[in-house]
Design a binder for this molecule. Structure first.
Ligand code: ADP
Ligand code: ZN
Length: 743
C-alpha cells in the first residue's frame, strides 16, 4: 500500500510513501506521520491511500504519531477539494482544517504535563536569574504545557521542577479540560411550541434528514428565509435535537461578529445540562490554544456532538454528521481573506452533499447567489415571513438629506425628523440605536486654500481623524500621525484646516451637545479595547443604563433589545458608492439588518434612514421590507452584465513595490491566461486594471478579473499556470476564487 502524504513544509504538492508492513494497521487517511525527506525527517498527514504510485523506489513511512487520526477522512477529502478549487497548496489547505493547537501537539494530550502558577502568599522566595525568567512567564500565563514553557524560556524541565520545590507552581499530568464557558451560569431552556411557519420549516428539514439516511442520495440544501425576529434559531434548535435523536451531530456556523456569549448560550442552554455538559463545543478565534485543543478533541472523540463556531468550524471533525446550519449565510465574513480563500457557506453545502448531511442556510436577507439557487431548483426555499412573537415590522421612513444639506454648513448629521424622534424617545424613556458604518471623527483632513489632503504614505487612502486619541489614522495599514495645527504644506501653512466627512466618534460628540442629559455610549472597535467591553456595554444597554447606543456594524446584527423603539441610520448610501457590483446588495442587507433591531418589544418600532440618494432601489426595497422585489431587479442587472450568479469570478491580484513592474507583469500574465483558457467557452478576462485600492501597505496592486461558468476547470488551469510560470522577483500573485470583496 502507498500513502499520499502532505508535508508540513511548504512544497505545494503531495508525496508518495510506502507503508511498511508493521504499520499497515495504523496508517489511515488522517494519520500524522514522520517520513524521510532528503536527509531530513519531516512531519506530514496522510491525505489519501493508493494501490500504486507513478514513482519507483519509494521510501517508507518511519512512524505514526498519536493513536487516533486527527481529522476524519471525509474532512481531508474536503481539504483536498478546497486546495484544488481555491488554487492553494495542499499544506495550506491542511493547516486550516487542523487548528495549530492540535497539529503542533507531539503526543496524545493525556500525557501532557501542565505547569500551573500557585498563589503566592507573602514575599516571593529568592530566585536565581534563570528561575526568575521562568517564573515571569508562568506568572503571566498562569497555566501552560511544560513543553511549551521549556521552549519559551529556553530552559530545562529541571529548572521548572526547582520552582515547584519552592512552592510557586505545580506540574501535573492530569487531563485538565479547559472550558471557555465554565464560569457562565446557564439556565436550561425547553423547546418552544412552534408557530405554523416554523413548524413547516422544521418538518421540511427533518423530512430531509430522515430521507438522507435511506439509500437515495441526499440533496437539498435548504434556504431558510426568515425576517429578523422570525424565530429561525428555534427551528435550528429543534432540527439539531432531531439530529441527536438519530445519533448524528450538527455544526452551526455563525459569523464571527455574532458569535457572542449570548448566541452560544442559546445553544448551550438547550443541550448542555447534567451529564451532557460537553455536548456543545465552541470554536472561534478568541479561544486560547489550550481551549481550542480541548474543544477539538471533545469533538473528535464524539463527546461533543454539536459545534457552534465561526467559519473554520466547517471543518470540525463531527462524525456522523447529520446537519449543518449556516446562520446569516449572506455574511461576507464567511469568506476567508487569506489563503486558502474559501467560503465557509459553499464548503458547508459541499460537505453536506458528501456526508449525506442536510444543510440549512438561514438569513433575513439571503445572498443573491443562494436565492438564485432556490429559483433554479437547486436549493429548497422555506420562508418565515413574520416575526415569531406577532410583533409588527418597524415602520421605515427615508429622509432626503439633500434638503438638510442645502440648509446647513458642512455635512448634516441629524435631520430635523431624526432629532425630533430621538427627543421623543428620551422623554418616553425608550432606547435608540444609531448606526454609521465608519469609525473615527471625520474621514479626511483638508486644506481649503491649497487643496492639501492628509493621505497615508503607504496606502492610497486619506487618513481618518480620531479626536479622542488626537491622531490621524490609516484604516488600511494602521499607521498614525500627529494632527497638524496648520496646513503641513510649507508654501501654505494655513491655520484654517478643515475636517470633512463623519464617523461614529463625531456622531457621539454631536449627540452629547444636542442631548446633554442623555446617556450616550459608542460601540466600535475603538471603544472596545478588551474582551469584556462588548459584554459590559450590551449589559448596560439591556438594563437601561444607556439611552442611545451609537455604533458601526458591530451593533447591526443579531441584537435583541425589546426597549429599542428607534433606529437611525445616519448615512445609508455610504456603501453604495463603492466600486463593487455588490454595493447595492450590501446596502440592502445592512439596512434590513439594522432596521430589524427596532420594535422587538411591545412598542412598535420606527426606523429613520437618512440618505442622499433616497430613491435608490436598495433603499426603497429595504424601506418596504421587500426582499423579493429587490432580488428581481438586482438579478436582472447582474444578468445583463454577466455578474454572479450568472457567472463566477476569479480575481488575480499582482502586488509589488515597483508600480511599472507590477503593471508589466499583469499584462504578461493576461496573455498567459488567455493562451491557457482560449478553449473555455464563455470565459472573459478583464484588465489588467489598477485595484480599486491601488496602493495598500506600500504595495501597488493590479488586477485581472476573470468571469467564467466553468470555475472548477479554470481553477485547475490557473493552478498549473502558477506552478509553471514563475513571477519576476518582488512581484507576488494572489488568486481569489469567488471573491466577495473586489478591492
Ligand atoms: P431570528 O433568529 O429569526 O432573528 P430569533 O430566533 O432571535 O429570530 O427569535 C426572535 C424572538 O422570538 C426570540 O425572543 C425567540 O425566543 C422568540 N420566539 C421564537 N420562536 C417562538 C415561538 N414559537 N413562540 C414564541 N416566541 C418565539
Ligand atoms: Zn495606510
Amino acid at each position: 500500500m502507498i500513502a499520499r502524504v502532505t508535508l508540513e513544509i511548504a512544497l505545494r504538492r503531495e508525496f508518495d510513501y510506502l507503508i511498511p508492513p508493521a504499520l499497515v494497521r495504523q496508517v489511515e487517511v488522517g494519520s500524522r506521520v514522520q517520513v524521510p525527506f532528503g536527509p531530513r525527517k519531516v512531519l506530514g498527514v496522510v491525505t489519501a491511500l493508493a494501490e500504486e504510485s507513478d514513482r519507483a523506489s519509494l521510501k517508507p513511512i518511519l512512524k505514526v504519531i498519536g493513536t487516533q487520526s486527527l481529522v476524519t477522512p471525509k474532512v481531508l477529502e474536503l481539504a483536498r477539494w478546497m486546495a484544488a478549487y481555491y488554487c492553494c497548496a495542499p499544506e495550506i489547505a491542511l493547516k486550516s482544517v487542523l487548528p495549530e493547537a492540535v497539529r503542533r501537539e507531539q503526543a496524545g494530550w493525556r500525557e501532557r504535563l501542565f505547569v500551573r502558577a500557585l498563589p503566592v502568599c507573602g514575599e516571593l522566595p529568592k530566585l536565581a536569574r534563570r528561575q526568575r525568567e521562568v517564573w515571569n512567564i508562568v506568572e503571566e500565563r498562569r497555566e501552560l504545557p511544560l513543553q511549551e514553557l521549556v521552549e519559551l524560556a529556553e530552559t530545562t524541565a529541571g529548572t521548572v521542577r526547582r520552582l515547584e520545590d519552592k512552592g510557586l507552581l505545580t506540574i501535573g499530568s492530569e487531563v485538565s479540560e479547559r472550558d471557555p464557558y465554565a464560569h457562565e451560569h446557564i439556565i436550561p431552556t425547553q423547546r418552544l411550541p412552534l408557530n405554523g411557519a416554523q413548524a413547516n420549516a422544521l418538518e421540511a428539514v427533518v423530512g430531509a434528514m430522515d430521507a438522507s439516511g435511506a439509500t437515495r442520495p441526499a440533496s437539498r440544501t435548504f434556504l431558510l428565509h426568515g425576517v429578523t425576529g422570525s424565530g429561525k434559531t428555534e427551528v435550528y434548535l429543534q432540527a439539531i435535537a432531531h439530529a441527536l435523536e438519530k445519533g448524528q451531530g450538527a455544526i452551526v456556523l455563525v459569523p464571527e461578529i455574532s458569535l457572542t456569549p449570548q448566541t452560544v448560550e442559546r445553544f448551550k442552554a438547550r443541550f448542555c445540562s447534567g451529564e451532557l455538559q460537553t455536548l456543545v463545543a465552541v470554536l472561534h478565534s478568541h479561544l486560547s490554544k489550550g481551549e481550542r485543543h480541548d474543544e477539538w478533541h471533545k469533538i473528535r472523540q464524539g463527546r461533543a456532538r454539536i459545534v457552534v463556531g465561526a467559519r473554520s468550524a466547517v471543518f470540525a471533525p463531527v462524525d456522523p454528521l447529520g446537519l449543518i446550519i449556516v446562520d446569516e449565510e449572506h455574511e461576507h465574513s464567511y469568506k476567508q481573506e487569506e489563503a486558502p480563500r474559501y467560503h465557509a457557506r459553499d464548503l458547508a453545502v459541499l460537505r453536506g452533499q458528501r456526508e449525506n448531511a442536510v444543510v440549512v442556510l438561514g438569513s433575513a436577507t439571503p445572498s443573491l447567489e443562494s436565492y438564485h439557487n432556490c429559483v433554479r431548483g437547486k436549493y429548497t426555499l422555506v420562508a418565515l415571513p413574520e416575526r415569531a412573537d406577532d410583533k409588527k415590522m418597524p415602520v421605515v421612513r427615508v429622509v432626503d438629506m439633500r434638503q438638510s444639506a442645502r440648509k446647513e454648513k458642512g455635512i448634516p448629521i441629524f435631520s430635523p425628523q431624526l432629532k425630533e424622534a430621538i427627543t421623543q424617545r428620551i422623554e418616553r424613556q425608550e432606547q435608540t440605536i444609531l448606526f454609521l458604518n465608519r469609525r473615527g471623527y471625520s474621514t479626511s483632513l483638508q486644506c481649503p486654500l491649497c487643496g492639501y489632503v492628509a493621505a497615508c504614505p503607504n496606502c492610497s487612502v486619506s487618513l481618518t481623524y480620531h479626536r479622542k486619541a488626537a491622531r490621524l489614522l490609516c484604516h488600511i495599514c494602521g499607521c498614525e500621525q500627529k494632527v497638524p495645527a496648520r496646513c503641513p504644506n510649507d508654501k501654505c501653512r494655513n491655520p484654517g484646516i478643515r475636517y470633512a466627512g463623519l464617523g461614529t466618534e463625531r456622531v457621539e460628540h454631536t449627540l452629547h451637545k444636542l442631548f446633554p442629559r442623555a446617556r450616550v455610549v459608542r460601540m466600535d472597535s475603538d471603544t472596545l479595547k478588551r474582551k469584556e467591553d462588548y459584554r459590559r456595554i450590551l449589559g448596560d444597554f439591556r438594563t437601561g443604563k444607556i439611552d442611545i447606543l451609537v455604533g458601526t456594524q458591530m451593533i447591526a446584527k443579531g441584537l435583541h433589545f425589546p426597549n429599542v423603539t428607534l433606529v437611525g441610520i445616519i448615512y445609508a448610501d455610504m456603501a453604495l458608492h463603492q466600486a463593487d457590483f455588490r454595493a447595492g446588495e450590501r446596502t440592502f442587507q445592512l439596512l434590513t439588518q439594522v432596521a430589524g433591531r427596532a420594535g422587538r418589544g411591545d412598542v412598535e418600532g420606527e426606523v429613520f434612514v437618512q440618505a442622499f440618494t433616497p430613491f435608490h432601489p436598495a433603499i426603497q426595497y429595504a424601506r418596504r421590507h421587500d426582499f423579493l422585489g429587490f432580488y428581481e431587479q438586482e438579478v436582472e442587472f447582474r444578468k445583463q452584465l454577466g455578474y454572479p450568479p450568472y457567472s463566477r469570478i476569479a480575481l488575480m491580484t499582482l502586488k509589488g513595490r515597483n508600480e511599472e513592474k507590477v503593471k508589466f507583469t499583469a499584462g504578461h500574465l493576461k496573455r498567459e491566461v488567455e493562451k491557457r483558457t482560449s478553449d473555455l467557452q464563455g470565459t472573459l478576462i478583464k484588465g489588467p486594471a489598477p485595484a480599486p485600492l491601488l496602493r495598500a501597505e506600500t504595495f501597488y496592486r493590479y488586477q485581472l478579473t476573470l468571469h467564467t461558468r466553468q470555475m472548477t476547470e479554470l481553477s485547475h488551469r490557473l493552478s498549473s499556470l502558477t506552478q509553471e510560470s514563475p513571477l519576476p522577483e518582488e512581484v507576488t500573485l494572489s488568486i481569489d476564487i469567488d471573491p466577495v470583496d473586489l478591492i
